[in-house]
Design a protein around this ligand. Structure first.
Ligand SMILES: Nc1ncnc2c1ncn2[C@@H]1O[C@H](COP(=O)(O)OP(=O)(O)OP(=O)(O)O)[C@@H](O)[C@H]1O
Ligand SMILES: [Mg+2]
Length: 333
């Protein structure tokens, strides 16, 4: 501008020349600025693209073994035989676990945090393979079955279930692709969810997520149970499914879980020993070993860790029992 004004004043250019020049400059400037912006976007996209390619190249550790067969419909017997496992090579998390579960049995896994309960069920889902020993379902090694046919026969409900930003119907149907409307509704009824879903303005078409309906913790959990129910799997895994719910919601969810797990082989991980009382079998897992096993009564009579934990929860009033309910309690040594 300064140079241009100078030239005009010296008579070397006209005011018109200057105006036209400035106009051209402006016209040329905008695309240049946009190009710079696009260059930044392009380099970001290139970096993301590289990561996507890397991810696509990752070969999962767990895949179908050569000669893997379609799993037959399971009865639900589960057997761990001297199973050892560690996430890192030199640090075993599960040490020589063995147990046999009959079809339809309800098993509670209890014990201190970090003991290996979640790790144990992730081996059953074949998220990892044991370092040593083997896991059998109905006398067949997990590794002999195709992963998809194995996992199709297990349902899971976790402490905090993931729901997607789609309709409630699709969230439930995700458990078994191709489920019919009747099957979805039956699953929702079983999960104690049908009534609250129908009370929502769009019913089963209600969109979940940020822009759709936001559900309470207990409602989310019941959708997750409906999703598990629609699978009709013979093996059900529950990892602390009622943690963090208020009393009323906890009751609704507990009732739904009871219906979900009827006639299924069930693994229930819980810190609240009330939930373990009516299990057919309780496994007390600590530091990767099963230290105690038996029914609630048997473990109370044993008077060891489980009994101590139960007494402690009773003392602080978690499970509504009192210390005098516990026979033969002896302190731990
Ligand atoms: N993905 C992982 N990689 C490495 N170590 C892990 C991994 N997951 C768990 N661990 C370790 O394995 C051990 C057992 O963990 P796990 O989650 O099985 O315990 P848990 O009994 O389920 O505990 P909680 O009751 O707190 O859920 C812990 O020491 C934990 O730090
Ligand atoms: Mg856990």
């Amino acid at each position: 501008m300064w140079r241009g004004v100078h030239l005009v004043m010296q008579g070397e250019a006209t005011a018109g020349d200057l105006l036209v020049f400035i106009n051209y400059l402006k016209t040329a400037y905008r695309p240049t600025r946009q190009l710079a912006k696009h260059m930044a976007m392009i380099s970001k996209a290139t970096a993301s693209g590289e990561r996507i390619v890397d991810l696509l190249d990752v070969v999962p550790d767990i895949r179908d073994t050569r000669g893997a067969i379609e799993a037959p419909p399971f009865q639900g017997a589960v057997s761990f035989q001297n199973v050892c496992f560690g996430y890192e090579p030199n640090k075993l998390i599960l040490k020589n676990l063995s147990f046999d579960i009959q079809p339809g049995e309800r098993v509670a896994l209890v014990g201190p945090s970090g003991g290996g309960k979640s790790t144990l069920v992730s081996l059953l889902l074949r998220l990892y393979d044991p370092v040593d020993g083997q896991i059998l379902i109905d006398d067949g090694d997990l590794r002999d079955y195709k992963l998809a046919s194995l996992r199709r026969q297990m349902s899971i409900v976790l402490q905090d279930s993931i729901l997607f930003g789609v309709s409630i119907r699709d969230n439930i149907a995700y458990g078994a692709l191709g489920a019919t409307q009747q099957e979805i509704e039956a699953a929702a009824r079983l999960a104690n969810a049908h009534d609250f879903i129908m009370a929502l303005p769009d019913g089963y078409d209600t969109l979940l997520g940020e822009r759709g309906a936001t559900l309470s913790g207990g409602q989310r959990q019941r959708i997750a149970i409906a999703r598990a129910a629609v699978r009709r799997a013979p093996i059900v895994i529950l990892d602390e499914p009622t943690v963090g719910l208020d009393n009323e919601n906890e009751q609704a969810v507990t009732e739904a879980l009871r219906r979900l797990t009827r006639n299924c082989t069930t693994f229930l991980i819980t810190h609240d020993l009330r939930a373990a009382i009516d299990a057919d079998r309780i496994l007390y897992v600590e530091k990767g070993r099963i230290l105690e096993r038996g029914t609630h009564e048997e473990l109370l009579h044993l008077g060891q860790r489980y009994a101590a934990l139960y007494q402690m929860q009773a003392a602080i009033g978690i499970n509504g029992a009192t210390v005098s309910d516990i026979p033969n309690f002896s302190t731990l040594n």
